[in-house]
Design a protein around this ligand. Structure first.
Ligand code: KIV
Ligand code: ZN
Length: 397
């Protein structure tokens, strides 16, 4: 009997639009402001990395923001530049003016829809907010076909009112609908259900792309963004290193690598050139002066470092024992087996080989014991420490 191979159809993978807001929401992080030149440098890197939409700033906020958005709009090659605008004609017109030199551009206009924001911040009734939604989107559409409308504080908005606003925004011409978790309050199940329900109940939902925008106040911004996509969103708003207001926004590098690494449960793709992630992280850290925590997922100094002997031994036998991604896929040259007090002989021998030493068993044992003693006094034993220690061992032998 001949066995005919069955061709397994590859599941269609929806493309997720990556909307980077490092230069707008990221810059709103206290103390993270960037100069004009730094913003251009970041925008050019994001563009080269394959970001789909770059929110370049909030043009009405300052002359500096206006100038930076204008220059970015002129320079980007493939990304769509976007500018933020409140639901006010002067904001919207200013954003359009800043973006006018781009091949194509997006105006992103927003208004709060939650009871607490409407009552205290806007001091407006719901019907007046709804009118502003329609007026602002209509105005933005008079400048461009690409209009994003955001319901600020969507996750604390009453669902019927949210659905009415979304329907009205789409009818007025919005092509992207963003439902932000402005205060980082939601949970993955809840956020996913919100998208599912809005997309189901809004009759014209198929005319727009839905978007997530998550803040990290409870440490769930990335998980919530991915849950939003499972609920039907197809754009994710995020920032490099998770920079952003208060505890930050969803981290771009984590979202992209989660989608890439867990394609079995997240059947999506992005257009991001992942080997550029580390470079982007370093640039944003340098220009903002915000260090990246050592144990930060994907781009932290220790993200591909292994110190314990058991892990190092496993890694030397097969990299998949303790690594779920290849370091080169995020722009890190190689896995780093760090010598410390938890390291084992196997890794130490490999380290010596890398440094060009071939010691006999006794000398190796002696050098290993001295490295351990040193590691008890020092947190990390550097290559130079090992070289000094081995040279000493060789000369005293
Ligand atoms: O967090 C938020 O709601 C925002 C909006 C302006 C989109 O940043
Ligand atoms: Zn935000």
């Amino acid at each position: 009997m001949t066995i005919v191979p069955i061709s397994v159809p590859t599941p269609a993978r929806d493309r997720i639009v990556i909307f980077d807001t490092t230069l707008r929401d990221g810059e709103q992080s206290a103390g993270a402001s960037m100069t004009f030149d730094e913003k251009i440098q970041v925008a050019e890197l994001l563009d080269a990395m394959g970001v789909d939409v770059i929110e370049a700033g909030f043009p009405i906020a300052s002359e500096g923001d206006f100038e930076a958005v204008s220059e970015i709009a002129r320079r980007v090659k493939t990304a769509i530049p976007a500018g933020l605008a409140r639901a006010a004609f002067k904001d919207i017109d200013r954003a359009a003016d800043a973006l006018r030199h781009a091949r194509a551009f997006r105006i992103h206009t927003f208004i709060s829809t939650s009871p607490v924001h409407m009552k205290y911040k806007l001091q407006m009734e719901a019907d007046a907010v709804l009118e502003k939604v329609i007026a602002s989107v209509t105005r933005a559409r008079s400048h461009t076909d690409d209009v994003e409308w955001s319901a600020e504080d969507a996750t604390r908005t009453e669902p019927d009112f949210l659905a009415r606003c979304v329907e009205a925004a789409i009818r007025a011409g919005a092509t992207t609908i963003n439902l932000p978790d402005t205060v980082g309050y939601t949970t993955p199940d809840e956020y996913s259900a919100m998208f599912r329900s809005i997309i189901e109940r809004v009759p014209n939902a198929d005319k727009a792309v839905f978007s997530t925008h998550c803040h990290n106040d409870l440490g769930m911004a990335v998980a919530n963004s991915l849950a939003g996509v499972i609920g039907g969103a197809r754009q994710i708003e995020c920032t490099v290193n998770g920079l952003g207001e208060r505890a930050g926004n969803a981290a771009l590098e984590e979202i992209v690598m989660a989608i890439r690494t867990r394609s079995d449960v997240l059947p999506f793709t992005t257009g991001i050139r992942t080997p550029m992630l580390t470079q982007a992280s370093k640039l944003v850290s340098t220009v903002t002066g915000f260090p990246v925590q050592y144990n930060k997922a994907i781009v932290g100094k220790n993200a591909f470092a292994h110190e314990s002997g058991i892990h190092q031994d496993g890694m030397l036998k097969h990299v998949e024992t303790y690594e779920i991604m290849r370091p080169e896929d995020v722009g890190v040259r190689e896995t780093n087996l760090v010598m410390g007090k938890h390291s084992g002989r196997h890794a130490f021998r490999e380290k010596l080989k890398d440094l060009g030493y071939d010691l006999g068993e006794n000398a190796l044992e002696e050098a290993f014991n001295r490295m351990k003693a040193l590691a008890d006094r020092k947190k990390v034993v550097y290559d130079e420490d090992i070289e000094a220690l081995v040279e000493d061992e060789i000369t005293s032998a």
